[in-house]
Design a protein around this ligand. Structure first.
Ligand code: SF4
Length: 338
């Protein structure tokens, strides 16, 4: 196995940026090809879901969302463009702030576009509990939260998958711990290394990954043990279990992945935007750019025909260039170091 070039995927937008910023792709290029996967919440939001939000916007419903999602092109523009034309689209940093905003400036109906992974999901769960306890009746959740381990499983089940090992997202692992990655490692017999975010922690994780790959060792190594506990964060896990259950979810590029979403439990369905606006489920759109291939690790951003030509951070064609965590955005930002 000595001279083989291994394919290693990171599934975290912060890792993607840090690896490029520190030039680590270049440093390890003779040992491991570092490939970005579906680790950016904005990027994995499907075209259909962007169009569903724009549909709600056109109905005159107030939309709350995290910033980058406003810039992702739907079939007929972006939420930011809708806002410029007078639609009520509001950016939030912490979902719980929506409650105060709704109190200060009431509206007939508002929808929060909840995107994110296991790291963000507890914040959304807190918002849901707050909506219930404050009896707010006109704020609905368009729940686009996703779970990372089922997405990794879907990638590995692809017969063409050429990934040898995974750099696991430190923030997600802080919540879910090591166990979900252990199960994947046992099933697919590949190494998984949980990594932190500084240059030193990333080098530590990459050295361990290369050692495991070179020796043919599978398993989980926690290279972020100062922060990630084996059981994760039990309080956050309980919070998630009290509000959500696993359900299928649609990912850009990957399609519908079983158990990869957080479905609101039935007792919370009164705040589920899909129940309130059932026509949303009839909206279905096709991806408009090759981001899906990038998210599967099958297309390097620089090899996209639009990269840096008709697609750049000023005029993005797809979410991977829009999002500050997107791999196309990172590749453009650090292109001189690649
Ligand atoms: Fe999509 Fe632009 Fe990335 Fe190409 S460079 S995959 S068009 S975001």
């Amino acid at each position: 196995m000595g001279n083989r070039l291994f394919n290693v995927m990171e599934v975290c937008g912060t890792h993607t940026h840090a690896l490029m910023q520190y030039g680590l792709r270049e440093v390890y290029r003779n040992k491991m090809k570092l490939i970005s996967g579906p680790g950016c919440p904005v990027c994995v939001t499907s075209q259909s879901d962007i169009d569903r939000l724009i549909y709600l916007c056109d109905l005159g419903i107030r939309i709350y969302t995290f910033g980058d999602l406003m810039k992702v092109p739907g079939t007929s523009g972006t939420l930011r463009e809708k806002k410029a034309l007078g639609a009520d689209v509001r950016e939030v940093y912490n979902p719980i702030d929506i409650i105060e905003d709704m109190r200060k400036d009431p509206t007939e109906g508002a929808v929060f576009a909840a995107i994110g992974f296991e790291t963000t999901a507890p914040l959304v769960a807190s918002l849901i509990k707050e909506i219930e306890s404050a009896s707010i009746e006109n704020l609905y959740i368009f729940n686009l939260l996703k779970r990372i381990p089922p997405a990794i499983e879907a990638l590995l089940e692809d017969p063409d998958c050429a990934i040898d090992g995974f750099l696991c997202p430190g923030h997600v692992a802080t919540i879910i711990g090591e166990l979900p990655f252990k199960k994947l490692s046992e099933k697919f017999e590949k190494p998984f290394v949980i990594a932190g975010f500084t240059r030193e922690l990333l080098v530590f994780a990459l050295e361990k990954m290369y050692e495991m790959l070179s020796s043919g060792i599978s398993g989980v190594f926690n290279a972020y043990y100062s922060t990630v506990k084996p059981d994760g964060n039990p309080l956050a896990i309980e919070m998630l279990k009290s509000v959500f259950r696993a359900s299928n979810a649609e990912w850009r590029g990957l399609g519908v992945i079983p158990d990869s979403g957080f479905k609101l439990k039935s007792e919370n369905s009164v705040i589920n935007a899909l129940q309130i606006y059932p026509e949303l489920s009839k909206i279905s759109s096709k991806d408009q750019c090759p981001c899906g291939q990038v998210l599967k690790g099958k297309l390097d951003p620089e090899n996209c025909e639009f990269f840096g030509v008709s697609c750049n951070p000023e005029r993005p064609m797809g979410p991977c260039m829009v999002s500050s965590e997107g791999s196309c955005h990172a590749a453009f930002l650090y292109r001189n170091e690649i």
